[in-house]
Design a protein around this ligand. Structure first.
Ligand code: GLY
Ligand code: MN
Ligand code: MN
Length: 462
């Protein structure tokens, strides 16, 4: 964990947000896989990690905004636990490491919250995403677990987002570590991208690299010759010469900060002419995205500029037609680029998505766009120094989407469907880097994973 001053400062920032009452941040419990003692790898809640730092199950943190006191509720182990788990540090000692001096058994949280409610104090909590925490909140607050999300505190959510959005220097160092592991994962995947190789073998090998790095993957690995399926978690196919392999994968650092990279490579190491042409467009969109990423720019405008690079490149190849700006205004690019350019990244790969994307990525000035494609943009608002974001343009040929648009004549005036149909089996290309917004512009985090077509060909062939 970080030094205790980090957690004290973070909770102080929360105290300074002008909230009244108490803020409740639940940690995560163990999550059973097939019976209760056979659990998935434990992952602490990110907001709990951020403000209370302790990385084990069965904890809840409370910040009393009126008295200024902090509390951690949790249970010390008993002799039976010690027999199975070995000696454990008492909660009191652990809490001291994150600057919290008030601790109590977990069951005491019921008394604490019910007394706060009886005194008419507001209990702020964040939207729960795990079933057991929804049930716990139902018991604590008397609100149905089915509707508990609706009662999460917007003021608390916005305060937490405000603080977590700006990454501290020590967080950047953690993200750099996650990126270094991500680099290794991707280069190994590239070298393994040979005809006859089972996709699963590559996915398993690079997952092993993430685990060997001390953390785990930051999300389930996407690795497929069907890159046109955006979140393709099936790794069942054997690699064939002539296909593209898209790998979207990242690692968590020891302190659970994420990386998130995508590279697309030709199986066997040689791009066809067609593949190289589309690849160059995605790379140009990626470069343009980074160039425009700077404080004060809205990420919506960066997204649309990358979309213009894509539309313009596809027009040069004869796949699109008409005025490029008009095509993007009409959303015609989204048949090829149907997702957003990027998202915040930090303790979560889609940082703070549990708190509500609308609050993380948008504000009163920049509202979500209700147009196919851009509607999936997770981050639209003005960039600030200290934001960490991903930059991940792509071009995909999704046969069902092509058929639908062609049949319904959607954006007919901007798309040459005859030409597009020559690419039906192309698959997809996405190129994703992780970027820090600096005072004056932006910079890539970590060494750039091979990305030019020549670098890719060389790495796969080596
Ligand atoms: N890993 C999913 C994404 O790139 O957003
Ligand atoms: Mn990704
Ligand atoms: Mn991403």
């Amino acid at each position: 964990m970080f030094d205790k001053s980090t957690y004290l400062n973070r909770r102080k920032s929360l105290q300074n947000k002008g909230l009244n009452g108490v803020g409740l941040i639940l940690g995560n419990g163990e999550s059973p896989m097939s019976y209760s003692d056979n659990t998935y790898h434990f992952r602490q809640d990110s907001s709990f990690l951020y403000f209370f730092g302790l990385d084990f199950p069965g904890l809840a943190g409370v910040i009393d905004f009126d008295s200024g006191k902090d509390y951690i509720f949790g249970n010390d182990v008993d002799i039976e636990d010690i027999i199975w788990m070995g000696p454990q540090v008492p909660l009191k000692e652990n809490a001291k490491k994150v600057g919290v001096s008030n601790t109590a058994a977990f069951s005491k949280i019921f008394d604490f919250i019910s007394s706060a409610i009886q005194q008419g104090r507001k209990v702020h909590f964040l939207p729960p995403y795990r079933g057991d925490n929804k049930m716990l909140l139902e018991k604590l607050l008397g609100i149905s677990s089915l509707r508990i999300q609706d009662y999460a505190s917007l003021q608390f959510v916005k305060s937490v987002i405000d603080i977590r959005s700006i990454k501290e220097p020590e967080e950047i160092i953690e993200i750099e570590k996650a990126c270094a592991t991500g680099y290794e994962m991707h280069v190994v995947a590239m070298k393994m991208a040979q005809p006859g190789m089972w996709e699963q073998k590559i996915a398993g090998t690079i997952e092993g690299i993430a685990i060997a790095g001390g953390g785990m993957t930051s999300f389930p690995i996407i690795l497929s010759q069907h890159g046109e399926t955006l979140h393709n978690h099936s790794h069942s196919q054997i690699l064939e010469e002539g296909n593209l392999m898209l790998t979207d994968a990242g690692a968590e650092s020891l302190l659970h900060y994420a990386s998130d990279f995508t590279r697309t490579v030709p199986v066997g190491g040689k791009f066809t002419q067609k593949q190289r042409e589309i690849y160059e467009i995605v790379l140009a969109a990626n470069d343009r995205g980074q160039e425009l990423t700077k404080p004060g720019a809205t990420y919506l405008s960066v997204h649309l500029a990358a979309a213009e690079v894509i539309a313009s490149g596809l027009k040069d190849l004869g796949l699109m037609k008409g005025d490029v700006k008009e095509a993007v205004r009409s959303g015609a690019h989204a048949m090829f680029f149907p997702h957003g350019l990027g998202h915040m990244m930090g303790l979560d790969v889609h940082d703070m998505e549990d708190l509500g994307q609308i609050h993380v990525g948008y504000d009163d000035e920049i509202r979500p766009v209700d147009q196919f494609g851009t509607a999936y943009l997770r981050l639209g608002r003005k960039l600030q120094p200290g934001f960490v974001i991903t930059n991940e343009p792509g071009i995909y040929f999704i046969p069902s989407l092509i058929d639908k648009w062609q049949n319904e004549k959607i954006n007919n005036e901007f798309i040459n469907f005859d030409k597009v149909n020559e690419y039906r089996n192309f698959g997809g290309i996405r190129l994703e880097d992780d970027i820090l917004v600096t005072e004056t512009g932006s910079k890539l985090i970590g060494e750039r994973i091979p990305i030019t077509p020549d670098e890719i060909e060389e790495t796969v062939s080596k």
